[in-house]
Design a protein around this ligand. Structure first.
Ligand SMILES: NC(=O)c1ccc[n+]([C@@H]2O[C@H](COP(=O)([O-])OP(=O)(O)OC[C@H]3O[C@@H](n4cnc5c(N)ncnc54)[C@H](OP(=O)(O)O)[C@@H]3O)[C@@H](O)[C@H]2O)c1
Length: 257
């Protein structure tokens, strides 16, 4: 399916998967509405998108706030009456604590962004998504939704919730022609671990030690592929991991000096 001139809304477009997806959809000829909290970074991503010749605009968006989502949607409707592809990407992990040592602020941040934020944005944008024209809602999940790990309890829980919302939404929208899918990545080199370890770069680097992880472009290309299937094809769920990662706990690491 041709994506030219389709409107694509991406949450969490200021870095990582969201930024790479913005550029990939721009190269596919789409028009972009980008949201995140860091406006300086959004401005940079928007500039990169515009260099491809695409039209791209950005606005502040904190998915953890209903007021912010509403303000974003008001702005959005000054740009376009329709959204053809909604990419719910904003989120991430905060901390790697056991349940016994977990902190309220980390738990709340993860629930608010990955889980409630996805629901809030979807609820607000759904009235703008056209029926029977090959539109898509693509949610970024994680392999954490499929397998829990020590220290990942709340993050695994919110990504499992993302999976459930995706499945429920697909049932609720059956008959509208709106496709609903989840893209569930494994280990990928973005700012994910910097955020998880609160800027502790050495600890973040350990996550990827001796491994060839996914990069954001791997996810971006897959999102473009999902959105560009013919309208009668719904890609329900894709799990994508680095070849070095057979499972969350089974990672092949090369010797490093
Ligand atoms: N990298 C991995 O290994 C991996 C694996 C599986 C799944 N994921 C998921 O992939 C998604 C993207 O993460 P990433 O790897 O690309 O990490 P990243 O580089 O840290 O990007 C996260 C993005 O989410 C945005 N964000 C976070 N909280 C937000 C909020 N409350 N409101 C609006 N935007 C918010 C951030 O923007 P601002 O800070 O500017 O708001 C940023 O643009 C996340 O949902 C993450 O859980 C990542």
């Amino acid at each position: 399916m041709q994506l030219t001139n389709r409107w694509v809304l991406i949450t969490g477009a200021s870095s990582g998967f969201g930024a790479a997806a913005a550029e990939a959809f721009a190269r596919a000829g789409c028009r972009l509405a980008l949201g995140a909290r860091r406006l300086d970074r959004l401005a940079q991503v928007t500039e990169i998108c515009r260099k491809t010749g695409a039209s791209a605009e950005f606005h502040e968006l904190d998915v953890s706030s209903t007021a912010s989502v509403s303000a974003f949607c008001q702005w959005l409707q000054t740009l376009t009456p329709r959204v053809d592809v909604l990419i719910n990407n904003a989120g991430g992990a905060h901390g790697l604590d056991t349940v016994a040592a977990g902190k309220d602020e980390d738990w709340e941040a993860m629930v608010q962004s990955n889980f409630l934020g996805l629901a809030r944005v979807t609820r607000a944008v759904l009235p703008l998504i056209p029926h029977h024209q090959g539109a898509s809602i693509l949610n970024i999940g994680s392999i954490a939704a499929h397998q829990a790990y020590e220290g990942g309890s709340i993050y695994c829980g919110v990504k499992a919730a993302e999976r459930s919302i995706t499945q429920a939404l697909r049932l609720e929208l059956n008959g509208t022609g709106i496709r609903v899918g989840s893209l569930d990545p494994g280990m990928a080199l973005t700012e994910f671990s910097d955020v998880r370890f609160r800027g502790d770069a050495a600890r973040a680097a350990q996550v990827y030690r001796g491994v060839e992880p996914l990069v954001a472009q791997d996810i971006a290309e897959t999102l473009v592929w999902m959105a560009s299937r013919p309208p009668h094809v719904n890609i329900d769920e894709i799990i994508i991991k680095p070849t070095d990662q057979a499972a969350i706990h089974k990672v092949h690491r090369r010797a490093t000096v």
